[in-house]
Design a protein around this ligand. Sequence first.
Ligand code: ATP
Ligand code: FE
Length: 337
Amino acid sequence: NFILAIESSCDDTSAAVLCNKKVLSNVVATQEIHQKYGGVVPELASRAHQQNIVPVVHQALAQANIDKKQLSAIAFTRGPGLMGSLLVGASFAKSLSLGLAIPLIEVNHMQAHILAHFIEDREQESPDFPFLAMTISGGHTQIVLVKSYFEMEIIGETLDDAVGEAFDKSAKLLGLPYPGGPLIDKYAKLGNEKAFEFPKPKVDGLNFSFSGLKTSILYFIQKKTKENSEFVTENLADICASIQFTILEILMDKLKLAVKQTGVKRIAIGGGVAANSGIRSRLANAEEEFGWKTYIPKFEYCTDNAAMIGIVGHFKFLEKDFAEQNIAAKARYKLSS
Ligand code: ATP
Ligand code: FE
């Protein structure tokens, strides 16, 4: 089968074409406009999606070298995400499915971040069931027990900020541009992760909290800057390394607890923060250190992309799990089985 997939939940407009589990094309138009504002502006995001969606879909079809008449179905992100952004993708997908008279498939974005591991690619291996998925992104932080393609149970999640937000807000305090996560990662490589110490939150069980970390970094910077106005510039690499170290400790502690509680040692990560080099090397080391088997998706399938929507579309297509034309986008769309 040939599935056209559309992703427009946040600030990336993406379209992909899959043939079964293989990606024929995966085009992503990242909206640069938000950098100026230090964060995603919802109104501007939906306008940019409106401008990008047709050219991005054309490009995806052209790169896949197929005609739209060959498509078997259209999959789109129903939620969670920004309502104005979701509406653009949902309306486009509905119209095209009607125009071509082919089935429409709705996809949960968080399920897609997890099933991205099943995209067939020489550079990545798929986990066996059951496995633990840790989805770490700009809007979410979850540990999910994945029993099959469609049976997923959230066993831990953040009570406040997402881990990507913790990276981005910390970066903002350091005067770095948005999104600051990749920059913290970059500077952290040059610094000493033990230079400064930040407190880890005390949250029972498998849930996370990141808002306290941001506050303690703010106080730390205010105090140090009073003593030396050049403190941040002179110590940027050490500060970034120490922040990243604290965040990674929090993530790894919860993963260890999740393994202990479930007995499942297959760990798959996903979401934009899975691009972080620190978490990648921690997980790679955990294979030897704790006997885990770890799965890290290819970089382009970590951040928001339509290929991951397409793989969910593929599995739903096989089940004939199609959506009606009156389906509505959902800004809050809980992952459940
Ligand atoms: P969601 O998937 O929850 O809707 P989103 O679409 O904003 O959220 P993604 O595109 O999956 O999230 O991820 C973006 C986040 O990943 C940003 O917060 C960004 O800073 C972070 N990020 C990307 N690369 C890195 C990196 N190398 N190190 C740390 N954080 C990173
Ligand atoms: Fe995402």
